[in-house]
Design a protein around this ligand. Structure first.
Ligand SMILES: O=C(O)C(=O)C[C@]1(C(=O)O)C=C[C@@H](O)C=C1
Length: 358
């Protein structure tokens, strides 16, 4: 077939696709009406999102890879939010931060984004109902737990409704060429994560620390001879070229993010539950609690402590367990925990993140 004929064929398929996509969107209009009438199901439904994306991958016979279809469906679902009720998503700003990048990956192009100055602000805007959801980092594969996020859970009644992981790749961003760079702006943690590249390229004497990677990009955009290290999104927003990609020392640098809201998510069958508990200050107290998880065959995927800020040397323990809070064994285990702890609180059940398709 000639190129012209093949393009005609693509045009015909595109026009059918546009019709089909809008046929889907008309059903979403009705879903929106039902949700508004009923009020019990949120516009963003992580349990249903998981189901839709798994089904799409199951149906896909190629030649397109699953990741392409998942990206298309994420944007379709972003359009669904717009139809049902435009969502406001808060994140740790400024624009171009890695939290912004994670938010865009999750919620797509058709929602409103609200950058905030600190993580506590992200919690507060959701608590006040000014934002529907918030995106907060909770742990990094090399940097560990994000204490601001953990502490905010202790001080608010906000719940976790979903989780996601995002590889964190640092880029050298500038308007000038590599040889012309006189200063490089970024956050101290980012310089630490890119130490090898900085040394190998003799930039040790040219680094200047800033409060955020996005601020660094903003500064680099104001000068002809300055660069920043940050996200590719920051490069796009502030009009900088990516001179070098993936300059981090550890190529598998990943951050886990939580999507926070006023409620958690119904059971999907492959869920996690986050809890926080405080143990009494006596020998074997934590051992006792872990014994309960063992007794009810509950797999602990993470445990982390934070100091109890009112009494020295007492701790809150944040634990993630596999399963949903409505599962029989988790209900029983949490009942037992009430007798063995000073306090125990469920932070939410949500679909387990199973990775992005290849
Ligand atoms: O099923 C729903 O609850 C919808 O709102 C529809 C839809 C979709 O477009 O498929 C959109 C948003 C939700 O997060 C999940 C699914």
């Amino acid at each position: 077939m000639e190129l012209e004929d093949l393009r005609k064929k693509i045009d015909q398929i595109d026009s059918r696709l546009v019709e089909l996509i809008n046929e889907r969107a008309k059903v979403v209009v009705d879903v929106g009406k039902l949700k508004r009438r009923d009020g019990s199901v949120p516009v963003y439904a992580p349990d249903r999102e998981s189901q839709v994306l798994s089904k799409i991958c199951e149906l896909n016979k190629g030649p397109l890879p699953d990741k392409t279809l998942v990206a298309v469906w994420r944007e379709l679902m972003s359009g669904s939010f717009f139809i049902e009720r435009p969502l406001r998503i808060s994140f740790l700003g400024p624009e171009g931060s890695y939290s912004h990048q994670a938010s865009m990956k999750k919620f797509g192009q058709s929602v409103d984004y609200v950058p905030l100055a600190d993580i506590r602000g992200v919690f507060d805007e959701v608590a006040r109902g000014q934002c529907d959801f918030g995106m907060v980092p909770v742990e990094n594969s090399s940097g560990g737990g994000v204490v601001e996020t953990l502490d905010a859970f202790l001080e608010t009644r906000i719940m976790i409704c979903a989780e996601m992981e995002m590889p964190i790749h640092h880029n050298l961003l500038a308007k000038c060429r590599l040889e012309e760079i006189e200063k490089i702006y970024s956050k101290p943690e980012v310089f630490a994560q890119c130490r090898n590249w900085i040394t190998e390229n003799h930039f040790e004497g040219k680094i200047i620390t800033e409060a955020s990677t996005a601020r660094a990009a903003e500064l680099a955009a104001e000068s002809e001879k300055c660069a920043a290290i940050g996200s590719s999104l920051a490069g796009r927003i502030y009009g900088l070229n990516v001179l070098y990609e993936k300059i981090e020392d550890k190529p598998d640098n990943v951050t886990r993010f939580l999507i926070i809201s006023s409620r958690d998510t119904p059971k999907t069958g492959d869920d996690k539950t986050a809890v926080v508990f405080t143990t009494p200050h006596k020998p074997g107290a934590l051992f006792d609690v872990l014994g309960v998880f063992d007794k009810y065959d509950i797999n602990l995927t993470r445990i982390e402590s934070r100091p109890n800020k009112t009494r020295n040397w007492e701790y809150h323990f944040f634990a993630d367990i596999n399963g949903h809070k409505t599962d029989e064994n988790i209900i029983k285990a949490l009942e037992k925990l009430h007798d063995r702890t000073i306090q125990v609180q469920i932070l939410g059940s949500f679909p387990r993140y199973t990775g992005e398709p290849d």
